[in-house]
Design a protein around this ligand. Sequence first.
Ligand code: HPA
Length: 261
Amino acid sequence: MISLAIIGGTGVYDPQMLEGLRTFEVNTRYGSALLSQGSFRGQEVVFLARHGSKHGTPPHKVNYRANIAALLKLGAEKVVATAAVGSLNEKMPPGSMILLEQFLDFTKAREATFFDGGESGVVHSDFTAPYCPEINERLLAAARSAELELQSGAVYVCTEGPRFETPAEIKMFRQLGGDLVGMTNVPEVVLAREAGLCYSTVALSTNFAAGISKTVLTHREVLEMMAENRAKVRCLLKEAIVALAYSRTCTCQSLGSTVPL
Ligand code: HPA
């Protein structure tokens, strides 16, 4: 059984640190997911590239349900995801790593639940603490002892994409309390909670968002910034694998329901 899964976002496509890596497909009723499995310092870890290994899948087309169902099927209990984000907060400039704490959902057309009525039932899950507080606490402690800078407490705004935002949208998101903006965390975090998984996201700020940045935004700029900071993210992921080898005592599992696989 595997306890920890890592979902690599933009710029994090391969789990370099894992030994004995093998890649395989997991079929679920929502579709199939391509996963890799290997070990780091004796811990078995599963890795999934959210956008595919060559970034071929845009945010609105990712099969989030198949991905989370596949992790669940393999027995994962904890998930650490990475995400490239734009920043609305001057205290979270490009190059900073931040743990998410809350989200604002501005997605429009995604399969955002395992519980669609009918056979799968109607379930209303609690989202008071969408990101696992126990994982976040341990990641913060691990980052501190490894002398890696990691902020916490961010409010993430999820847009539908794939276009970037207008300055007016960014201004509105700021007024609503958003710190960071991205296109993938919803429904990933939602499905993880529905499934009773512990889920946390390490966001890497790649740019100031539209209208805050003085220049136009490009996907290339995001990729370049991720490439520049990849080593830092990888370092944190290694620390995470070691720090997250514990038996969970949080409430995430009890807040989830039985997902049809
Ligand atoms: N907006 C949305 N998603 C993003 C951004 C952004 O500015 N930067 C990286 N991902």
